[in-house]
Design a protein around this ligand. Sequence first.
Ligand code: F6R
Length: 264
Amino acid sequence: MEVIIKDNYDQICEEAVRLIHQKWQVKNGLVLGLATGRSPLGVYARLIELNQRGLMDFSRVTTFNLDEYIGLAEDHPQSFSAYMEKNFFRHININRENIHRLSGTPDDIERHCRDYEEKIKTAGGIDIQILGIGRNGHIGFNEPGSSLASRTRVKTLTKSTIEANAPGFKNKDEVPRYCLTMGIGTILDSGMLILLASGLEKNEAIAKTVEGPVTASVPGSALQLHRTAKVIIDHHAASRLQRKDYYLWVYEHRDKITDFLKKR
Ligand code: F6R
C-alpha cells in the first residue's frame, strides 16, 4: 500500500488523475471502476477537462460503477446513475455501450449481480478502481462485517451511512435501506486501487484502513491485501496515522529511490 499525503483536495485529485492518465496512455481500452459521493468529484472534473481539451479520449474507455441504491430508478435524482450522468458521463466522449452500472430496479437481483461480475470478467477486469471511504470504513457499500471475499450482491446500509447520505433526500426516511454493491473480493481483483479521502471526519477510518489489522470490521483494511493500492489523502485525513512522517518521507524521496533501483 502506498500512502500519498497531499496539502489539499485539489492536489489529491491531481495525483489520482495523473495515475489514471498515465495508465490510459499505455492501455488501449482502459477499464475504470468508478465511485460516487463527494470524494471523486474533483477527479471527474479534471478528467472532463482533459477530455474537452483533447488530451484524453474516452471512446475506448469502459467503466463499471461500484454500487447503487435498491429502489431508485436510473433517473431518480439521488440515484448513483443520475450522479454519474450529471458529474461525468454527459460531459465526455464515452461510448454509451461501454458504461456499466448496477440497476436499482433489476427484475432478478441475483442474476443481475452475477451478470455484472461476468461483464467485468469479459472486459478483462478493472484496471483502476477509484474508491472513497465511509466514516465507518466502508468501501463501495460494503459495510463493516462484509466478507473480505464478497462479490457483487445486496447489502443493508448501516444507520450511519443512511444518515451520512440523507442530505440529498427530502427526509431521512426516503433514503433507501438496501443497495447493490461490488463485493470486497470484486474490488480486490482490480489492477490498481486508488482510495481518496479528505477531511478530519475520515481520519479514524483512514488510520484503521492503513495501520489497523485486516478485518471485515473495517472493509477498507482489505486494501492492505492488494499489491497496488494507493491511498491519496490530505493532512486532515492523515492526522491519526502513526507513520505519517514515514509516508511523507518515502513520497518525497520517491525519485531518488527509483534512480537508485535503476542504477543497480
Ligand atoms: C459510493 C461509494 C461510497 C463512498 C463513501 C464516501 O459509490 O462507494 O463508499 O465512496 O461513502 O463518500 P464521500 O466521498 O461522499 O465521503
